[in-house]
Design a protein around this ligand. Sequence first.
Ligand code: GLC
Length: 568
Amino acid sequence: MTDVLEAGSAPAAQDSTQGSTRDRREDGAATWWRQAVVYQVYPRSFADADGDGLGDLAGVTAHVPHLARLGVDAVWLSPFYPSQLADGGYDVDDHRAVDPRLGTLEQFDEMVAALHGAGIKVVVDIVPNHSSDQHRWFREALAAAPGSPERDRYVFARGRGERGELPPSDWTAVFGGPAWEHVGDGEWYLHMFAPEQPDWNWANREVRDDFLRTLRFWADRGVDGFRVDVAHALAKDMSLPLPTAAELAADDLPDGAHRLTDRDEVHEIYREWRELFDSYDPPRTAVAEAWVPAHRRARYASPEGLGQAFNFDLLQADPDAATFRRIVDDNLRLARESGASSTWVLSNHDVVRHATRYALPAGTDLRTWLLSGGTDPAPDLARGLRLARAATAFVLALPGSAYLYQGEELGLPEVADLPADVLQDPTWVRSAGEDKGRDGCRVPLPWSAAAPALGFSSGTPHLPQPERFAGLAADVQEGDPSSTLSFYREALAVRRRLRAEEELTWVDGTGDGVVAFTRPGGWTCVTNLGDEGVELPGGTVVLTSGPLDGRTLPPATTAWLVTGTAAR
Ligand code: GLC
């Protein structure tokens, strides 16, 4: 039996007032994102042009040829704004500036021009849930009195106890520790993440207007889209009495009833943003990082909202054929409901790299594995990389957009043995050493095996690179047709050639552990996640993630085949 899913190739009809917006979205220039390959740059670890050990914007510009040769459609830059790096740049001092250690606005413009010149769109990260504690408005808030307009831009509350000496509630922050910080006059401020990241008060009109100004600032500089950090958490209900942490965590809360996340009012904010995005031609795009139940994701991804939302399901799943198929089914359905295209993500700057996840036995607790320095259980890195390439080829054949994370095109593994004294992630300290954090996927890239700091920097990289990165350097992989870099380039080139409508038809009867589907135009993708080799169906093989054995697809391998006109 086969079933067909049409993954929302055209947005669902809305009321007539939406007509002009819809027409523009159906035009090619406005829909580039629907099936784009977006490459995430974590700027501080990508390439350092000025030798201070921290990657910078000029480093990105210098490597545009790498990105162009790779064949990506867009680059998403994690924050490059001024920051004290309490959370890797997600603690933003000023949203409309470049961190002087990373460059200048002129260098930003040069980078955008170089990327655009290579046909690559630019997406920047917007962090609207919190600022840093060095933001001008937060410093003004601290200097001002309780109840002042300055304090109202953030979430301040009076503490409990006679003098406000106790926190307003017992809530804990995502990175560990209490979610409230005392400011010495009976008031406390809320920080869902690190104490250096005070939460904005989105009920305040000045905050809303300031973010509209920020979005316009970057859109006017030619930015094509925005990745919206923690998009689910902006709207909060702080009315008294505040619930306890246990009440907040209750799993029987109705949709939209949580005090801090996924409240329905958050979409009023994004409707305003959408108006701004659509005032540009082509409209600016956005993708939500929204950690919400799957059935609530469509609201963020709607064309009246941000337009697209991350689906992190594959990133959290074991490489298992039935699981992969279920995840794809669910997400194509959700994308169709929202009128967006789906997003596929295997790695990003917040998780253990997929080449390493797949090197570990299914169900391994990654937090304790990291604490063991990456030794217990011992990873099978060769198998992990084989599976990672197979999963990447699977994802790249799906309808929708694929988000790649810097270094995965080199097959980089997680660096799990970083010594404690170099760790930067606030989770390490905030969890009192219980959670090693995310530095292991943020180690600077190896560009050149023989160069100092593997070509990343002429100085000392801000996180040490392991010696084993030398063998994975881009220049080592350059001329090797079997390298991971060659595989990614080939996959992206073939994907571009075969690009088809957003439809998928499952192929059944391919055997245990195998997941296979076809796309319009005669493109078939077969992924073998089982233990035995399987016979390939008919067609010309145009890509494999690893060597074939005649017409047999070995375990941990994906093949793309074409039939009919596509084969020519
Ligand atoms: C997002 C980012 C993560 C950051 C957090 C707080 O989840 O991806 O890196 O720590 O938001 O801004």
